[in-house]
Ligand binder design. Structure first.
Ligand code: ATP
Length: 342
């Protein structure tokens, strides 16, 4: 559905060229919700602008729904953009229009006749749960309701792809969950492909099937959510299921392991640790829902027998542990929960 190949974008600047995207390859299949995360300056916005054709890449290609955007005329680009809906952090509705008229706006621009427009707007507002507020004005809506209108408007031209740029950053926790629930529901009902740019790990955990971590315009890690999270010690694993806060006395080499509970049962992971005897202590154990599966993480201390014995035992149980801690060059376990990938 979306294919980025050797995508490179270099901006000229007074201090010399800035490489925003550096040979990026990425494929997102139809009906998938794909998250893009990365620190500020990693290239996320540039990626979105190249995806929508607002920015021409320096080299490489962008293909969306079978159309290669590079080298298209302005008119062809406009047509291609109609196949993409955009949802932003701030919705930007026209205050003087009712929400129905706001949703109708892209249909007017596309020249859809009035009767068809009316039917489609009613359908779209029902889809986002706002059928009963068609005559309201933006000022009468909550932030979450405005974002629903934004989503309905983005879906008006029946796009194949929905691009969401920090869609919930301005919303509270409960409203965020509702909006993300709506996005998943739309994907299920419409089969639409969704790309979500976010700096919030909770958004990725809640809505994404797959995730890509960008750094300096390059893909550092990418894959299905449970796969990247169970790659113990990998950057996305740490960002999405953060290492817990530990007391200062635990600041030494520890063994960390992350697993999908349908691959290894938590009781088997615990049994493997227990078999090591009294010396070994579980410092933290969590099991969290993730992408429709459950992911467990254990942090184990072995002050006397050392980490090698623990690693060997866990490997024998089918787990994939890593040694973490300051000496191992991993994250400082005492640094606390690292909420955020930016
Ligand atoms: N128009 C421009 N001219 C020059 N440099 C630019 C331009 N747009 C972006 N850049 C640079 O390209 C790099 C990537 O920027 P980009 O905005 O894509 O990052 P980002 O991941 O979206 O960051 P943020 O999360 O802060 O929005 C940065 O170094 C930025 O300074």
């Amino acid at each position: 559905m979306i294919e980025l190949s050797a995508l490179r974008k270099v901006y000229p600047s007074a201090d010399g060229p800035v490489v925003a995207l550096d040979g990026l390859d990425l494929t997102v299949g139809r009906g998938v919700v794909h998250g893009i995360v990365g620190r500020s300056g990693a290239g996320k916005s540039t990626l979105i602008r190249c995806l929508t054709g607002l920015e021409q890449p320096t080299s490489g290609t962008v293909t969306v729904d079978g159309t290669t955007l590079t080298g298209l005329s302005e008119k062809q680009l406009r047509a291609a953009r109609r196949r993409m809906g955009m949802v932003f952090q701030h919705v930007n509705l026209l205050d003087s229009r009712t929400i129905a008229a706001n949703v109708a706006f892209p249909l007017e621009v596309a020249g859809v006749p009035r009767e068809r427009r009316r039917a489609r707007v009613a359908e779209l507002l029902d889809l986002v749960g706002l059928g009963h507020r068609a005559g309201a004005y933006p000022a009468q809506l909550s932030g979450g309701q405005k974002q629903r209108v934004g989503i309905a408007r983005a879906l008006a031209t029946e796009p194949a792809v929905l691009l969401c740029d920090e869609p919930t950053s301005a919303l509270d926790g409960e409203t965020t969950r509702q909006i993300l629930g709506l996005v998943r529901d739309l994907r299920d009902r419409l089969g639409i492909t969704v790309v979500v740019i976010t700096h919030e790990p909770s958004v990725v955990r809640e809505v994404c099937d797959e995730v890509t971590l960008l750094e300096h315009g390059r893909v550092v890690q990418s894959g299905p959510l449970t796969e990247v999270v169970t790659a113990t010690g990998s950057p996305l694993s740490r960002a999405l299921v953060p290492v817990p806060d530990l007391p200062p006395e635990a600041r030494r080499d520890l063994v960390e392991v992350t697993y999908a509970t349908d691959d290894v049962a938590t009781r088997d992971a615990f049994a493997a640790v227990a078999a090591l005897g009294d010396d070994v202590e579980v410092l933290s154990a969590t099991v969290e829902p993730l992408a429709g599966r459950r992911v467990g993480r254990l942090l184990v201390d072995a002050p006397r027998s050392g980490t090698d014995a623990v690693v060997a035992r866990l490997r024998a149980a089918g787990l994939d542990p890593v040694v973490t801690g300051r000496e191992a060059g991993g994250p400082d376990p005492a640094a606390g929960r690292r909420e955020g990938v930016t």
